[in-house]
Design a protein around this ligand. Structure first.
Ligand SMILES: NC(=O)C1=CN([C@@H]2O[C@H](COP(=O)(O)OP(=O)(O)OC[C@H]3O[C@@H](n4cnc5c(N)ncnc54)[C@H](OP(=O)(O)O)[C@@H]3O)[C@@H](O)[C@H]2O)C=CC1
Ligand SMILES: O=C(O)[C@@H]1CCC=N1
Length: 268
């Protein structure tokens, strides 16, 4: 159980995924979590779904919490920090905003205890997220523990240098959306070939989940696992040929590159 109270400034999609995963994991008691949002509908949803405390005023939420998660869009960060910058003095700050650097935040906050940049992803909601953390070497052991336990409660955690955070954003931050498109496309293919939609969607999603678990649990190169599926002269190699004709690998690599560049732009 986490021993810090947490305030999420911004109660949108990513805050909801993190809060949902945290509450489901029982790593934090709902009463130790607070979220702010300008929209009453968002506040009501978060309160009724997860039993957390909600509010409209960032300043009040910051004063009552030890660990502050900046979970607004990058474009809203200047307004939020000019509002609560002084109140953040002495607090442990975690920013999940794409592109926004620690140096940029530090310029706008009076004497924070520490600023950690994090890039989680929405599968945190089902505790299958992955979060990259960039923190300074002088972060205290207690604060490292607090930040890691927040994100470990909702999935895996990797530490990276801050200069790599935009690439992380382009891959795993945005990545669930690419995979959702892939699942939808697999299901569409099944429907085109006559499968009922629900059956096609189950087959598609479980296939992605199973393949991902094989990569993670067996630690084998994906190319080797792919070769094991493709029988000589069989069905799979016929399908793989079509993916190569369509430029799937180049397309996926270009998606990660485009999203990384967009993250870099958001930080300027
Ligand atoms: N979605 C994702 O998969 C991921 C998102 N992120 C990052 O998380 C952050 C939030 O993204 P996401 O959840 O998708 O965005 P959302 O727009 O869903 O959530 C942001 C929320 O913050 C609210 N908000 C705006 N201004 C303020 C304010 N001054 N004080 C408090 N709340 C405010 C918004 O309200 P309103 O809409 O009324 O303006 C909105 O509900 C971004 O910085 C993004 O880069 C990181 C990893 C993954
Ligand atoms: O699309 C975005 O900008 C955010 C950051 C990573 C995922 N969603």
């Amino acid at each position: 159980m986490m021993n810090k109270s947490i305030a999420f400034l911004g109660g949108g999609q990513m805050a909801e995924a993190l809060i949902g995963g945290l509450v489901a994991s029982q790593a934090a008691h709902p009463e130790t979590i607070c979220a702010t949002d300008p929209m009453a509908a968002r506040r009501d949803l978060l309160k009724s779904r997860f039993g957390i405390r909600v509010g409209e005023k960032n300043g009040t939420a910051v004063r009552e919490a030890d660990l502050i998660v900046l979970a607004v869009k990058p474009q809203a960060m200047p307004a939020v920090l000019s509002d609560v910058g002084p109140a953040l003095s002495g607090k442990l700050i975690v920013s999940i905003a794409a592109g926004v650097t620690v140096a940029w935040i530090r310029e706008r906050v009076a004497q924070p205890r520490a600023i950690v940049r994090a890039m989680p992803n929405t599968p945190a909601l089902v505790r299958e997220g992955v979060t990259a953390l960039a923190y300074q070497p002088d972060l205290s052991a207690d604060d490292v523990r607090a930040v890691r336990s927040l994100f470990e409660a909702v999935g895996s955690v990797v530490a990276v240098e801050e200069r790599l955070m935009d690439a992380v954003t382009g891959l795993s931050g945005s990545g669930p959306a690419y995979v959702f498109v892939a699942i939808e496309a697999l299901a569409d293919g099944g429907v085109k070939m006559g499968l009922p939609r629900a059956t096609a969607q189950l087959l598609a999603a479980q296939t992605v989940l199973g393949a991902a678990r094989m990569v993670l649990e067996r630690g084998e190169h994906p190319a080797r696992l792919k070769d094991q599926v493709a029988s000589p002269g069989g069905t799979t190699i016929a399908g793989l040929h079509q993916l190569e004709v369509g430029g799937m690998r180049g397309c996926v690599m270009a998606a990660v590159e485009a999203a990384t560049k967009r993250s870099q732009e958001l930080g300027r």
